[in-house]
Design a protein around this ligand. Structure first.
Ligand code: ADP
Ligand code: MG
Length: 240
């Protein structure tokens, strides 16, 4: 059984078809990357999965249960977490307390909050920063904090939208390592990322969106050599 299933999903913004009849399934325990040019509909897809947007047509199923139409907090409680690219931590609170806030929400309710907080900090490689105020963190460390906050909810599915954007190569490698650790600990990961070497290395499968349509899916080496994918990227900075 798939952990997440997207069926015939469409989203129109007035005249614009941001997502057009997209279907795919995410296997439990996998890392899947959604790639595609700017404006392809990647973030909209995350907004539809997490309930921030209602689809024009189609549905999203999590553990074979329809989640389309549920409130965002209900979807989070079922085990779907999202790491935002622009992390907005409580700057005056410690890293520990910021992650703890994540642990107070989501799947397990208010049980084992301390343990979930510590585990999330360890998986995100920020345990050594526990007592630091969030305001003291670098941009890269803030991204780790955002991932820790998301997985502290004890989510089964982590959606990460461009967690490496703006990071240098060392920071990018560290973030990719964190995503690997997260998966190793039983959390399924769906990643939106532009850094192709990282995507190719970390993903079990790729989904390629172009102008709202799913134009290719499969193992990274197969997708990378798909003529439709190459054409979609031609003339964009991502072509390299
Ligand atoms: P990506 O994340 O792949 O760069 P997005 O999902 O952000 O793309 O956007 C897909 C398309 O939908 C773009 O043309 C974007 O301008 C449009 N779009 C996204 N969100 C909204 C919105 N809330 N209202 C109107 N148009 C939107
Ligand atoms: Mg986006």
């Amino acid at each position: 059984m798939s952990l997440l299933e997207v069926r015939g999903l469409s989203k129109n913004f007035r005249g614009l078809a941001a997502i057009s009849d997209v279907s795919f399934a995410i296997a439990e325990g996998s890392i899947t990357s959604i790639i595609g040019p700017n404006g392809a509909g990647k973030s909209t897809m995350f907004n539809l999965i997490t309930g921030y947007l209602a689809p024009t047509a189609g549905e999203v199923r999590f553990r074979d249960r329809r989640i389309t139409g549920l409130a965002t907090n209900r979807i989070a409680e079922l085990g779907v977490a999202r790491a935002f690219q622009i992390a907005r931590p409580f700057r005056d609170l410690s890293v520990f307390d910021n992650v703890r806030i994540g642990a107070l929400f989501g799947k397990a309710g208010r049980r084992d909050v301390e343990a979930a907080t510590r585990r999330a900090m360890e998986l995100a490689s920020i345990a050594h920063l526990a007592t630091q105020p969030a305001s003291a963190l670098t941009v890269g460390q803030l991204r780790h904090l955002e991932v820790a906050r998301a997985i502290a909810t004890r989510a089964d599915l982590l959606l990460a939208d461009e967690p490496c954007a703006g990071l240098n190569p060392t920071e990018t490698a560290a973030m990719i390592d964190v995503l690997r650790q997260v998966r190793k600990n039983g959390v399924t990961v769906v990643l939106v990322e532009h850094d192709m070497p990282s995507v190719m290395e970390v993903s079990d499968r790729l989904l390629v969106l172009d102008a709202g349509r799913l134009i290719a899916e499969g193992p990274p080496p197969v997708v990378a050599n798909d003529p439709k994918v190459i054409a979609a990227y031609l003339g964009t900075p991502d072509a390299a």
